[in-house]
Design a protein around this ligand. Structure first.
Ligand code: SF4
Ligand code: SF4
Length: 89
């Protein structure tokens, strides 16, 4: 099971998405950080109603369940998370 360490870094990378694209157009506050990100606590202020892109289990159930197992998807997320935390994205 993937366990997020709550570093908050993946909520600050919307500048990496093409301009005008989803989710950048709805979430980016202007500097790549999500408009719902609390910069002090580094936590999501709308966690229980966060968009599906931020909820990996819901995202998996909706888009990927017929293509791979949740374990496989979580392996991918873990690698991506580790790269984000190393500033390697
Ligand atoms: S980068 Fe990884 S540990 Fe940090 S908030 Fe995102 S998923 Fe969690
Ligand atoms: S909605 Fe919440 S979890 Fe999603 S990027 Fe914004 S702050 Fe992070």
């Amino acid at each position: 099971m993937f366990e997020c360490q709550k570093c908050g870094k993946c909520c600050t990378l919307f500048h990496l998405f093409p301009e005008g694209s989803e989710p950048r157009s709805t979430l980016d506050s202007g500097d790549g950080t999500c408009r719902y990100f609390d910069r002090e606590s580094r936590l999501c202020t709308i966690y229980d109603s966060r968009p599906i892109i931020c909820n990996h289990v819901k995202y998996y159930d909706t888009y990927l369940a017929d293509r791979m197992t949740l374990d496989e998807y979580e392996t991918f997320i873990k690698i991506f998370c580790e790269r984000i935390r190393r500033d390697d994205v």
